[in-house]
Ligand binder design. Sequence first.
Ligand code: CP
Ligand code: NVA
Length: 320
Amino acid sequence: MRHLLDIFDLTAEEMGQLLNEAVRWKANILKGERPPVFRGRVLGLIFEKPSLRTRASFEAAMAQLGGSSIFLTGQDAGLGVRESIADFAQVFSQYVDAVVLRTFRHATVAEFAQHATVPTINGLSDEAHPCQALGDLLTIQEIFGDLAGRTVVFVGDGNNVARSLAVACGKLGVRFILSSPPGYGFPDEFLRRCQLAVPDADIRQIADPRQAVRSADIVYTDVWTSMGQESERKQRKKKFAAYQVNAELLAQAPAHAKVMHCLPAHREEEVTSAVLDGDRSVVIQQAANRLHAQRALLLQVLPAAAGPSGQSSRQAEAKP
Ligand code: CP
Ligand code: NVA
């Protein structure tokens, strides 16, 4: 059994395989193929925060291939409130084949995984968003045909999305530059962990966004105020004011550079509508790829459903 709590949990090789599977399955799914390889499999989702992309794409990935899902809000689950995380994780593991958790505290996902007897996937915590990073790499690979040697410039908060993407990029030879106001860059502890886990990673920080985007293949941004930080919104709007991804900033980037955003966006804060809806934006393709990357992840973590002959239905029906 394998958990995905953080992108650190995957090797470069595993990420490469996962992307290959995502490409292969995406092509087949778009042709209309729906082999029931998740027949009889149940995915549990526990979300303490709202979600469109993560929740709906996981549920769709299960339903398309014959599986099903159970969704519980944070209030339904009451992790650590209604009952202990350990009790919940052990009991829920008896009902489902894998669990996706979206939590406020990263420690909640980690504690859940410690007690779960089925794979636990982080669907966003305050420290990491590994599923987003997998979908994003798939998108970058689709756009350029390759990953190694590309440069992603993330303009904004060095938070969950930026951290997971930096590590994912580092593992696959993509240079990652973070441009954020003082106090909102990567924490030293995170950088130390990167240094130990991915010593070859090219992760830089350049405070000036105009300078940072000059070598960008991708200009990426995320909200300045993440879910759970709402009380800091006014202060953050001031601190991040010079870090808006707008036409003027984009003019400093190479002409071929594309714009990415994990969504949901706070339009006219971190990104203008003109840029988000403009012809350099790939955000809808990016959101679609959450489904394709997560399907590939589920194919790795869920046990294959047994077919009539005892042969796994994945072997029988999932032809390349
Ligand atoms: N990008 C992302 O995770 O979106 P949701 O919050 O809608 O799941
Ligand atoms: N950084 C954002 C990402 C949302 C997908 C948040 O945590 O709210």
